[in-house]
Design a protein around this ligand. Structure first.
Ligand code: NAP
Length: 277
């Protein structure tokens, strides 16, 4: 049998930790498989995807900036359609199918680091209204969070999320933010705040619930200013690396037919690669 190959399609893509993650699982399961990085310009993405099989791939993952185009150019499942972005693509006979594994990644990371986070989690505050925020909001709604305040630099995008996901999502202005944070069970940074070269998310966590969980989708650096302050206040935290790792099994299973697990050893391996990034 020939080697099964999948690829990560992005622009740029060199920084991706996916080869470390999937390479670890390929070794663990003793598979004849490979994950490659493919730098694909936005204008070339349609053609690249149309010839994915001819290029020798059984599937791939779409990363920035291709996730929305991936949805349009494939047969997405209900989850990817609801979120408006697809990141996992695979060939089913000659049909390109897709789903979104960012939701599962975010929720599984929360379950791992803050088990029971969803019990009585009636109110959440989410910062950001881009692709990551859509996956976060979908996951929170799926797990029964009653009210999700979305705060974003461009408020129109927060309103668009209310239109997409319904009245449990509330577009929240600067002025309304402190009331939204009061008694919140969950605070999530789903924007680029705290990422290297970006300002920290300057939010006051004093009034959130005592047992609140603070999550970040950013993983470079591993501990953002937001998470540092949450820890200092004694709150449970979930970092962006957890989300990144836990979105992997959904991809791997579609491409290689085995569902791998996220281990401590894998996390440490990726942490080492991020040190100094
Ligand atoms: P995106 O669709 O481009 O959205 C970016 C979001 O950040 C928007 O809400 C944007 O606000 C906001 N933003 C950017 N610069 C800002 C600034 N200077 N001040 C205030 N807000 C700012 O990107 P994305 O795909 O959602 O990615 C967001 C972050 O999530 C990135 O750091 C990405 O690496 C991370 N991510 C992590 C994972 C993971 O597995 N851990 C998965 C996906 C994404 P506007 O709408 O006003 O522009």
């Amino acid at each position: 049998m020939s080697t099964r190959r999948a690829c990560v399609m992005g622009w740029p893509v060199k920084h991706s930790r996916a080869p470390i993650i999937h390479g670890y699982w390929i070794d663990k399961h003793g598979l004849d498989a490979e994950l490659r990085l493919e730098e694909v310009r936005p204008e070339d993405f349609g053609d690249f995807l149309a010839h994915l099989g001819e290029r020798g791939y059984v599937g791939g993952s779409a990363t920035m900036p291709h996730k929305e185009m991936a949805l349009k150019l494939t047969e997405p499942d209900a989850r990817a359609t609801a979120i408006g972005a697809a990141n996992v693509i695979w060939l089913d006979n000659r049909t390109l199918r897709s789903t979104n594994s960012d939701v599962a990644g975010f929720v599984a990371a929360l379950d791992e680091t803050a088990p029971g986070w969803d019990k009585g989690a009636d109110k959440a505050v989410v910062f950001g209204a881009g692709g990551a925020a859509r996956a976060v909001i979908y996951g929170l709604l799926e797990r029964g969070v009653e009210r999700i305040h979305v705060h974003n630099r461009t408020i129109a995008k927060a309103h668009a999320l209310r239109d997409r996901f319904g009245p449990k999502v509330v577009a929240t202005t600067d002025h309304e933010l402190s009331a939204a944070l009061e008694g919140a069970a969950l605070v999530v940074n789903a924007a680029s705040f705290g990422m290297h070269g970006n300002p920290d998310l300057d939010v006051d966590l004093a009034s959130v619930r005592e047992d609140a969980v603070v999550a970040d989708v950013v993983y470079v650096p591993l501990e953002t200013g937001l998470l540092r302050r949450a820890r200092a206040r004694g709150l449970r935290v979930s970092d962006g690396l957890g989300m990144l790792l836990h979105q992997g099994p959904g991809c791997f299973e579609k491409w290689f037919g085995v569902r791998p697990v996220v281990t401590r050893e894998l996390r440490e391996r990726v942490e080492r690669s991020l040190a100094g990034a």
